[in-house]
Design a protein around this ligand. Structure first.
Ligand code: PLP
Length: 264
């Protein structure tokens, strides 16, 4: 017997990472863990392992539009999560898609680098996101290095980057995992002047797919109807636990454990 799906659907537009640590696989796992259904649209293919990225190829815009439109015509999408877009043209493709579904929460993870440092898009992609995509987003979730690129402030603090970026986006969560402070400070800024800081214990090691995990968990929480500040807290707590329980399946970075062992 068929049962209607009661789990909110989240449309993910992200790249594919064949190591399974980041990208769409991270999105799917993190969304499953929130009790959501992920509808994954591929924007780009990458060649990478847990150490670094060797290459990537952005899909043709028509293919991405066709994938996403098939989902939008069929499923009740409750939120959108954006990850790797990879080109300025893909940014504009997503802008076009957003016009079809302007009112659901949209979480933009402005992916420009892999955890190992390899590029997943030129800085121009970040500037196009800032100008054309961030104004359509509910929240953007850059880490501090990404926020510095978006803000064009190479040595800027989180506060300085936020000041530069808030005219473009309603809410900004700048994560602090890439810093060297004793604790990790994740800072949420609202254009209305609101400020929240979420501090957590810094875990040893370097992780592959932590940003994807956070942004997807957040999109899932918003899709479930959680209010923004609470959703950010829930997504950060969930992500921290996935890093605490991370595994090192290859020769490079740790991969967050996003699902309980008995679900794998
Ligand atoms: N999206 C894709 C397809 C990737 O390959 C990566 C990193 O390798 C990312 C996003 C970003 O990963 P992270 O969450 O570690 O920032």
């Amino acid at each position: 017997m068929k049962t209607p799906c009661s789990r909110p659907v989240v449309l993910c537009l992200s790249g594919h990472d064949p190591s399974g640590g980041a990208g769409l696989q991270a999105d799917i796992e993190a969304l499953l863990a929130q009790g959501c259904h992920a509808a994954p649209t591929v924007t780009a293919l990458t060649v990478q392992d847990t150490v670094n990225v060797a290459d990537f190829r952005v899909l043709d815009r028509d293919w991405v539009l066709a994938q996403a439109r098939a989902v939008l015509a069929d499923l009740p999408v409750a939120a959108i999560k954006l990850g790797m877009l990879g080109s300025v043209e893909m940014v504009d493709t997503v802008v076009q898609l957003r016009q079809q579904l302007p009112d659901v929460p949209l979480v933009c993870d402005p992916v420009l680098r892999a955890g190992g440092g390899g590029a997943l898009g030129k800085d121009e992609v970040g500037y196009a996101m800032r100008e054309r995509l961030l104004p359509l987003a509910t929240i953007a979730t850059p880490n501090l290095p990404e926020a510095r690129i978006l803000a064009e402030l190479p040595d800027g603090s989180a506060d300085q980057c936020a000041e530069k970026l808030l005219p473009y986006v309603r809410h900004l969560l700048i994560t602090g995992g890439h810093g060297d402070e004793h604790e990790v400070h994740n800072r949420l800024y609202g254009r209305d002047g609101s400020r929240h800081s979420f501090t957590c214990q810094r875990l040893p090691g370097s992780y592959h797919g932590s940003g994807c995990t956070l942004a997807s968990a957040l999109a899932g929480r918003l899709a479930l109807g959680e209010e923004l500040v609470s959703a950010v807290r829930s997504a950060l707590d969930y992500t921290w636990r996935t890093l605490r329980d991370a595994e090192q399946p290859g020769h490079g970075q740790y991969i967050p454990r996003r699902l309980p062992l008995d679900a794998c």
